[in-house]
Design a protein around this ligand. Sequence first.
Ligand code: CA
Length: 226
Amino acid sequence: MPAPRQVILVVEDEASIAETITYALSTEGFAPVWKTTGREALAVLATQRVALVVLDVGLPDMSGLDVCRELRKQHAVPVIFLTARSSEVDKIVGLELGADDYLAKPFSPRELTARIRAVLRRSNGAIPATPAGWTHDEAKCRISFFGQPLELTRNEYRLLAALLASPGRVFSRDQLMTAAWDDPGASLDRTVDAHVKTLRAKLRAVAPDADPIVTHRGMGYSLREE
Ligand code: CA
């Protein structure tokens, strides 16, 4: 049995744009539902399971930003905004409404469907691919780097496992501390740096040029995605 088609709610009052979008979504295997007002969109969200919302900022009855604010009270559904003006982009970004992405008009349907797929991949909690060179045997709490099992302390292991679970994601020192220490309050911020340092030394011993842990100044650390 084929997987059920994911419902994409398209909220757009301009028929020509909406038709282009819904056509593209249908051919890409999604089930589009088209509404022209914010009220109708919220009604759909209240009754139907929606995988993602494509939301025009300029709607006839209310602003798309207000629609987003309303729906955020009930749903964690991902939202991609459509904007006609660059001033709207500032509002979307500035208000931190939890928009997952936005597209400025005019855009190609292909671009929109690519963005939708990317957002859905992220929000479905798809496990990012483990970068080349790594294997993580979670049952045995063992991480290998280029085939070489690493001798890690408990905190080093937990820190590296956190980085490895989300390649590319920048973790703050606080987040790594929480991930790797049972009693984060008891440790100093520097502890994370010290552990990253010893981890890097152990990784360098296996692959001198790989340098897989990336420092983000003033922010924290991430694991190189490939
Ligand atoms: Ca509009």
